[in-house]
Design a protein around this ligand. Structure first.
Ligand SMILES: N[C@@H](CCC(=O)N[C@@H](CS)C(=O)NCC(=O)O)C(=O)O
Length: 208
């Protein structure tokens, strides 16, 4: 498998999942800051010009965070990261969709790229405030549903945690947001795992 990522981007959640699965893969860096997602070779592989993408051993390419996470977890069931049963399965989809479609796309996109939402620079602070509000509210919802769980679906890590891993990395390590205690503690547990430490190292992420 070839895994396409950009350092510190949402692909870091899939990177985390791959390390947790401990399966062989080749990581290929596509630096968004240098526009490498628009180079013909990458567009040929993923016309969406986004990371993450996963080229599987049969040559087919998977895109979209939740689809990649789903395929990885269910392709290696012996690793225990695929949710068991219908209820856990739909809860995993529910949380991944919330992390990607709401927290990332609605919230962080406004914080990181305000110009995509308002052409005038005078409006950017307002757009970013709105993004911060969306993210903060969403983590409040996550906190309520989380309770005293160790991981988002209960006692065991699952594919769903990989989506929260990346949005929490952005919220706590990048934006230094003040989040509910149970959510911050949960991220501290994820961040302390050997898989996260390896991923941060391999992506060249340096903490201040
Ligand atoms: N819906 C996509 C979102 C992927 C996405 O937005 N990736 C960002 C990095 S976090 C990207 O590749 N951005 C490149 C660009 O916007 O040019 C998914 O679930 O994978």
């Amino acid at each position: 498998m070839k895994f396409y990522y950009s350092p510190g981007a949402c692909s870091i959640g899939i990177h985390f999942l791959l390390e947790e699965l401990a399966v062989p893969y080749e990581a290929v860096r596509i630096a968004i800051k240098d526009g490498e997602q628009f180079k013909p070779d990458y567009v040929g592989l993923n016309p969406k010009s986004k990371v993450p993408a996963l080229a599987r051993d049969d040559g087919s390419v998977l895109t979209e965070f939740a689809a990649i996470a789903h395929w990885l977890a269910y392709s290696f069931p012996e690793k225990g990261l695929a949710p068991s049963g219908l209820e856990n399965g739909v809860r995993a989809i529910e949380i991944m969709d919330y992390a990607v479609a709401t927290i990332h796309m609605q919230g962080f996109s406004r914080l990181f790229r305000p110009a995509k939402f308002a052409p005038s620079e005078a409006d950017h602070a307002w757009v970013q405030d709105m993004g911060r509000e969306i993210v903060t509210k969403a983590f409040g919802v996550v906190s309520e549903s989380f309770g005293d769980n160790r991981f988002i679906l209960g006692d065991r890590l699952s594919m769903a945690d990989s989506s929260l891993f990346y949005v929490l990395f952005w919220a706590l390590d990048r934006q230094k947001l003040d989040l509910p205690r149970n959510v911050a503690d949960y991220y501290a547990r994820l961040r302390d795992r050997p898989s996260s430490r390896k991923v941060f190292h391999d992506e060249g992420i340096v903490f201040a």
